[in-house]
Design a binder for this molecule. Structure first.
Ligand code: G6Q
Length: 550
């Protein structure tokens, strides 16, 4: 198969990189006083400033040419049209249908899926209104006060992140909780202080076979039944979100209390449908529709904007530029908004599970780097922790700053300070501080020549460190929808260039298989010898020490 590196566009970018690698952003800004105007895009309420990148107009042109040559436009069309873009699992990837607010049909295997999508949304509307209004009563006829979502991975990270991001709009009576880890401490700590009479459990699992989720769900059921509730009360306190009605019924949840979704929705793309139920319970259906509309507006932009005016395409191409030509290995997500504190964790799954691949879509080995490591924390906290390395370390770490213009909690000058810090970070990363500037600064502050000499290396900043700034008016449901869709599509663009399948995740299988074998060995309690000496040693040590404390 043709490697991405064989593409003419790739080779031209290689040459362009070699010819321009010493070009600094400072000089690019000096040469074009309107660089900010020339390197910005806006769509669906999302504003992108990408001027602080190591790119010229020519670089962007070459990147766009690469995208064209890699058939990115066709691949975008294929995804929206419900083609089998996930061939290793034999599936479409139609998360865009879940937020298709246009009334146009989306056909999967000859059938329009839109009526089914709307039917589940309607059912969730009715159910969530009942819970929110206090009409849905627990087994002692009391309204629900606490909702515990039990799920993991795609059935946890998305709704958790979105509930946190939109906490300013949360229902007053309903406290949202999320249990994912199979570590018993997670559920134990969550259930402490909760009242079985007023707690609603959502068991969220696409397959309804996930070990961690079923273990937590069983423990939740046991906890519930240890109160004065009985089996017939389960229906009032347990609902399921799944594609697998049979397994849901086998677990003991009435399928009338199940909100369904479909195989063509990937786990990490499922917060737009049934897996979004916790979000709906928290913010209400009207706002959830705004969330879908925001994403849909970004879908429309992604589908129709020319490549060089397309926000997700631009972001994806910049990641390719840094990963494949500059040798960057990671990408920092720095949301300057406390409500987005789980956004980097959510994006870790979205991007690393999608693009952490070493083979092309046809199974042949890639000959270039693929998805970078994604990490981050909200600003300004990160500034007092790892930003040192971003400013002065040896790694090149492209950064996305994300900042709403308006605070949802306008107290004193907090938001001004937050914005000032965000803008200062990207300025500092780009500009750096030269030894001449430092010398002048230190001299003015009265430092001796000796001291200046001693500290110059430590106190200068190379600068030329790239970043994007993504802004929205305020972080509401619509803006969050558009923001998430931006990143979903960015990831797709990268995968399209690398020609990898972003929609499967075989990499998580091996550990699962081995864990199930080891779990049986731990339960069996007999000394093991079938593994390597380290794994044998660890299991045997655990068996011995656990028995000692039993
Ligand atoms: C996401 C992955 C994975 C999945 C979890 C939970 O894209 O497929 O993170 O969401 O393993 O799976 P279930 O929803 O089937 O329990």
């Amino acid at each position: 198969m043709t490697q991405p590196t064989d593409l003419r566009g790739w080779q031209r970018l290689s040459q362009h990189y070699s010819a321009n690698k010493d070009l600094t952003m400072r000089s690019l800004f000096a040469a074009d006083p309107e660089r900010f105007e020339h390197f910005q895009l806006q769509a669906a309420g999302i504003f992108l400033d990408y001027s602080k990148n190591r790119v010229s107009k020519e670089t962007m042109q070459l990147l766009t040419d690469l995208a064209r040559e890699a058939n990115v436009e066709q691949k975008i069309t294929n995804m929206f049209a419900g083609e089998l873009v996930n061939p290793t699992e034999g599936r479409q990837a139609l998360h865009t249908a879940l937020r298709n607010r246009s009334n146009s049909p989306v056909v999967v295997e000859g059938q329009d899926v839109m009526p089914g999508v709307q039917a589940v949304l309607d059912r969730m509307h009715v159910f969530s209104d009942q819970v929110r209004n206090g009409e849905w009563l627990g087994y002692k006829n009391e309204p629900i006060t606490d909702v515990v979502n039990i799920g993991i991975g795609g059935s946890d990270l998305g709704p958790l992140m979105a509930c946190e991001a939109l906490a300013a709009f949360a229902h007053e009576r309903l406290n949202m909780h999320f249990v994912s880890n199979v570590d018993g401490s997670h559920i134990a700590e969550t259930l402490k202080g909760l009242n079985p009479r007023t707690t609603l459990f959502i068991i969220a699992s696409k397959t309804f076979t996930t070990q961690e989720t079923l273990t937590n769900a069983n423990s939740a059921k046991t906890w519930f039944l240890e109160s004065d509730a009985n089996e017939s009360d389960v229906a009032k306190h347990f609902v399921a979100l799944s594609t697998n009605a049979e397994k849901v019924a086998a677990f003991g949840i009435d399928t009338n209390n199940m909100f369904e979704f479909w195989d063509w929705v990937g786990g990490r793309y499922s917060l737009w449908c049934a897996i979004g139920l916790p979000i709906i319970l928290s913010i209400g259906m009207e706002r959830f529709y705004q969330f879908l509309e925001g994403a849909h507006a970004m879908d429309e932009h992604f589908k129709t904007a020319p490549l060089d005016e397309n926000i997700p395409v631009t972001l994806g191409l910049l990641t390719v530029w840094y990963t494949n030509f500059h040798g960057a290995h990671s990408h920092l997500i720095a949301p300057y908004d406390q409500y987005l504190h789980r956004f980097p964790a959510y994006l870790q799954q979205l991007t690393m599970e999608s693009n952490g691949k070493s083979v092309h879509i046809d199974g042949s080995a890639v000959d270039c780097e693929t998805g970078p490591i994604v990490w981050g924390e909200p600003g300004t906290n990160g500034q007092h922790a790892y930003f040192q390395l971003v400013h002065q370390g040896t790694h090149l770490i492209p950064t996305d700053f994300i900042l709403p213009m308006e605070s949802l909690n306008p107290i004193g000058n907090h938001h001004e300070l937050l914005m000032a810090n965000c803008f200062a970070q990207s300025e500092a990363l780009m500009m750096g501080k030269s030894s001449e500037e430092l010398t002048l600064e230190m001299r003015n502050a009265g430092a001796s020549a000796d001291e200046i000499d001693r500290l110059t290396g430590h106190r200068t900043f190379s600068g030329n460190r790239p970043s994007n700034t993504i802004m929205m008016q305020r972080l509401d449901a619509r803006a969050l929808g558009a923001l998430i869709a931006t990143y979903e599509h960015k990831v797709y663009v990268e995968a399209a260039i690398w020609n990898i399948n972003p929609f499967d995740q075989w990499g998580v299988e091996l550990g699962k298989q081995l864990a199930s074998k080891i779990q049986q060995e731990l339960a069996g309690g007999k000394t093991v010898s079938a593994h390597d000496s380290s794994t044998n040693g660890l299991i045997n040590r655990a068996l011995k020490l656990r028995n000692l404390h039993a």
